[in-house]
Design a protein around this ligand. Structure first.
Ligand code: GLN
Length: 191
């Protein structure tokens, strides 16, 4: 199994470190041809505007979109989730592959960054330590989307649509590897 981490901008090194710790063959992806040999792709958190610009400049937008549509497992964390969404509350170009509506920077200044423990039944009983950094939220999901996690006020912060996985927080910044292993199970066809 070979997993790519889009290495345009943002927290890609942290994802690569977790995957390597899990013993997974992992490659930083910067050029379109590198997508061909992948079994799964992670689009990290960072600044969605910068990641979008680099994806367009390096001709990755259309290529990732085509592979995701054909079933390549793709996991977007934070800014990566913004780029997977079909709809943004302030419209801008995205891969538009996942049937979710996302609002950027959805928490006010005082809650700019925070950590909380989330119950995510797909990951087991222990709450998951979720780090939110100028995070987006999911405002709406389509019928084919499973909600994986909500905050206490019901706000949706993680979801899955078949091969596509999205979360508003940063699992790569914690020591808990369950979210990464969940994605690897999807890649292996057993998740
Ligand atoms: N605020 C960023 C954006 O809108 C996302 C933040 C993150 O990825 N931690 O792109």
């Amino acid at each position: 199994m070979r997993i790519g981490v889009l290495a345009a901008q943002g927290a890609f090194l942290e994802h690569i470190a977790v995957l390597r710790e899990l013993g997974v063959n992992t490659v930083p992806v910067r050029l379109p041809y590198q997508l061909d040999a992948l079994d799964g792709l992670i689009i990290p958190g960072g600044e969605s505007t910068s990641i979008r610009r680099l994806m367009l400049d390096y001709d990755l937008m259309e290529r990732i979109k085509a592979r995701a549509r054909k079933g390549l497992p793709v996991w977007g964390t934070c800014a990566g989730m913004i780029l997977l969404a079909k709809e943004l509350s302030e419209p801008d170009e995205t891969l538009a592959v996942m049937d979710i509506k996302v609002k950027r920077n959805a928490f006010g200044r005082q809650k700019d960054s925070f950590e909380t423990r989330l119950l995510i039944s797909a990951l087991g009983e222990d709450p998951f330590p979720a780090i939110f950094i100028r995070a987006p939220i999911i405002e709406k999901v389509g019928d084919k989307v499973d909600v994986l996690a909500r905050l206490e006020d019901e706000t949706i912060v993680a979801a899955r649509q078949k091969n596509l996985l999205a979360c508003a927080f940063h699992p790569e910044l914690t020591k808990d590897t369950r979210f990464h292993r969940y994605f690897l199970d999807i890649v292996a066809g057993s998740g």
